[in-house]
Design a protein. Structure first.
Length: 209
């Protein structure tokens, strides 16, 4: 009998359950036993680069010192990074284009109390600098395909030459004393206007060919 007891597996008294399901700590935060619900459908996210539009070809098209004709595009831009200056206009899409033939100049000028980047056209040469001192040399004017500043200079030079020719002429010299200054200027202006108008028409016709 004693031998039988030795071969029999000893029994132990049942212990209290340590399972969290039957314990009083079921409602407590147990990170290791929390239930996680995984997504069964992919969430819709947002992207800032999900397009394939064509380029707008923005930027500077004609650089400083380059020669342009009237209507040439100088800058394509969004906004007013560059502002129109002398002989330059701005389109609806902020494109800057030349309104007179000449040379492109990039410069800075104060407009309405702010320093701005400007684009202008000089009609004389590449050496001319902007902004123009209008109080000293006047405003650059280009109208109808004619540089009015140069036109006025040519008129004045031609008028002076006509005056010298009239004064040197012996047949007319005696009559100059009887003609007042206003009448003499009127006669010279008519002669100058006819000659210069013919020269301008010839120059325009030659440029169109």
């Amino acid at each position: 009998m004693s031998m039988l007891r030795l071969l029999t597996r000893p029994t132990t008294s049942p212990l209290a359950s340590t399972s969290c399901l039957s314990s009083n700590l079921l409602d407590a935060a147990r990170p290791g036993l929390m239930q996680v619900r995984t997504a069964t459908k992919r969430g819709g996210g947002s992207s800032k680069n999900g397009r394939n539009s064509i380029g707008k070809r923005l930027g500077v098209k004609t650089y400083g010192g380059q020669e342009v004709s009237a209507g040439s595009i100088i800058v394509r831009q969004r906004g007013t990074t560059f502002h129109p200056g002398q002989h330059v206009e701005r389109g609806r899409d902020h494109t800057l284009f030349a309104t007179a033939p000449g040379f492109v100049q990039f410069y800075k000028d104060t407009v309405k109390g702010k320093e701005r980047k400007m684009v202008g056209i000089t009609t004389r040469s590449r050496d001319e600098r902007l902004p123009r001192r209008e109080d000293l040399v006047g405003r650059s004017r280009y109208f109808g395909g004619v540089d009015l500043n140069k036109w006025n200079e040519d008129v004045e030079a031609y008028r002076q030459w006509q005056r010298e020719e009239l004064e040197a002429s012996s047949s007319v010299g005696r009559r100059l004393d009887s003609i007042n200054e206003e009448t003499l200027d009127h006669l010279i202006s008519e002669a100058v206007g006819k000659d210069l108008e013919g020269n301008a028409l010839q120059a325009q016709a030659a440029s169109r060919v």
